[in-house]
Design a protein around this ligand. Structure first.
Ligand code: SF4
Length: 225
């Protein structure tokens, strides 16, 4: 996915949680991403806030949001919980403060985000702009039919700014003897028969049923993004 495509999803969600670290303690708040270009995603902050001090201390930030709500809408015909179609998005990465001179130069060149920030800065001089310049993340799409688990897409991972990411899903190792127990128990239809069997990470819900079912201990748990 490109940064522009990621930003389109973020705009659709609206506001996201931003989590930073104060020492070893995570702190979250709701904020919005105010712009995007090929160098990263932009968001505002105030230099008097702990949010600002935490970012200046280590730059680490994690974003998370959901579209549209994730509220259960009841149960489907086979008794499983049903939800409105939607998706979650999460990103973890590093942010840097954008110098005022760069904002002024960008605004003078006609950049809409920088012009908006400069206007805000005139009203609120304490405002600071940050760029999430390096990161990795995942879109988890739960827009699928719960009865048959016949979804269009489940997980898409991405990275930008020189970051790399692990592909999603459990992994079947060479210890597989092709007994088929994992394919039988997987309600997400993520297991592909073969020798060895294989898991399609994009379809894997990372529920762990296959790991418990495998008699050979041949399935590794999913890795962090
Ligand atoms: Fe291979 Fe284990 Fe799946 Fe059997 S349950 S097919 S051994 S991964």
């Amino acid at each position: 996915m490109t940064l522009k495509e990621i930003h389109e999803r973020i705009r659709e969600i609206g506001c996201l949680t931003f989590t930073t670290l104060d020492g070893g303690t995570p702190h979250s708040r709701i904020a919005h991403v105010c712009g995007c270009d090929e160098r990263g995603l932009y968001f505002l902050n105030m230099s008097v806030k702990p949010f600002y001090r935490q970012l200046k201390a280590n730059g680490k930030v994690a974003l998370c949001g959901i579209f549209p709500s994730g509220r259960p809408t009841g149960k489907n015909p086979v008794g499983q919980p049903a939800f409105e179609p939607g998706y979650t998005l999460r990103i973890t990465g590093e942010a840097e403060e954008v110098p005022l001179a760069e904002i002024e130069a960008g605004a003078a060149a006609g950049d809409a985000t920088f012009r908006y920030v400069l206007e805000d800065h005139a009203r609120y001089p304490d405002i600071r702009l940050f760029r999430l310049h390096r990161g990795k993340g995942e879109i988890y799409d739960y827009d699928f039919e719960m009865e048959r688990r016949d979804h269009k897409l489940l997980r898409t991972r991405f990275s930008f700014g020189g970051e790399t990411h692990e592909e999603p899903g459990c992994r079947i190792t060479d210890a597989c003897v092709a007994c088929g127990a994992c394919a039988e128990i997987c309600t997400f239809k993520a297991v592909v028969p073969g020798e060895p069997y294989r898991i399609d990470g994009a379809r894997c819900d990372e529920c762990g049923s296959c790991i418990l079912a495998c008699p050979e201990g041949a399935i590794e748990p999913p890795r962090t993004i």
